[in-house]
Design a protein around this ligand. Structure first.
Ligand code: AMP
Length: 188
């Protein structure tokens, strides 16, 4: 199962990625987590992106392509993966298609976890992470609307998109996602 989770900041992507990873037996790959780790370790990558991360803007597509290409070349993704936080731009979606096509692979599912905007801000404000100051949260929402939300249409046009109602209890969202997956794949 090769899956992308799409959704605004606060939509519950990370939570669902963790649940689905356990249930489907494939790793969840959170680019946000990978980048935060790089920043906290002070690696070359971390030093390059720390400033951008702090504002809520996106790390550039080229850097992200390197990060994701390397991650998807590791052994554990052979059985599949759940991408949480990538792609976030149309350019990144194209890069992902290329990386997969090089291996004769394609995505099995792109899930849009759909949550109303006022609910999103409420959830994000309740999270209290270091970079979750209110202005950063608003900037992240703006960036999502401008750069990432168009991916909903991008994947819908390619007939790869499934919308799931994210304004439900966590378990319901998870079972809606699992219920929407192609029949031949993974345990139910
Ligand atoms: P997240 O935890 O997914 O909300 O990501 C936290 C931050 O990491 C974002 O606000 C971006 O600055 C950066 N980031 C994560 N994934 C990407 C991506 N695919 N493209 C660009 N920046 C990203």
């Amino acid at each position: 199962m090769r899956m992308v989770l799409l959704g605004a900041p606060g939509s519950g992507k990370g939570t669902q990625a963790a649940i689905l990873s356990g249930r489907l037996g494939v790793p969840s790959i959170s680019t946000g987590e990978m980048l935060r780790k790089a920043v906290s370790e002070g690696s070359a990558l971390g030093r390059k992106i720390a400033g951008i991360m702090a504002t809520g803007d996106l790390v550039d597509d080229e850097t992200m392509a390197e990060v994701v290409r390397e991650r998807l070349s590791l052994e554990d993704v052979r059985k599949g993966f759940i991408l949480d936080g990538y792609p976030r731009t149309e350019n990144q979606a194209e890069t992902l298609n290329e990386i997969l096509a090089e291996r004769n692979l394609a995505l099995d599912a792109v899930i849009h976890i759909d949550v109303p905007e006022d609910e999103l801000v409420k959830r994000s404000l309740a999270r209290h992470r270091d970079d979750d100051r209110e202005e950063v949260i608003r900037q992240r929402q703006r960036v999502y609307l401008e750069r990432t939300a168009p991916l909903v249409d991008y994947y819908a046009k390619r007939r790869q998109l499934t919308r799931v109602d994210g304004h439900q209890p966590i378990e319901r969202v998870a079972s809606d996602i699992v219920g929407s997956l192609p029949a031949c794949e993974g345990p139910r």
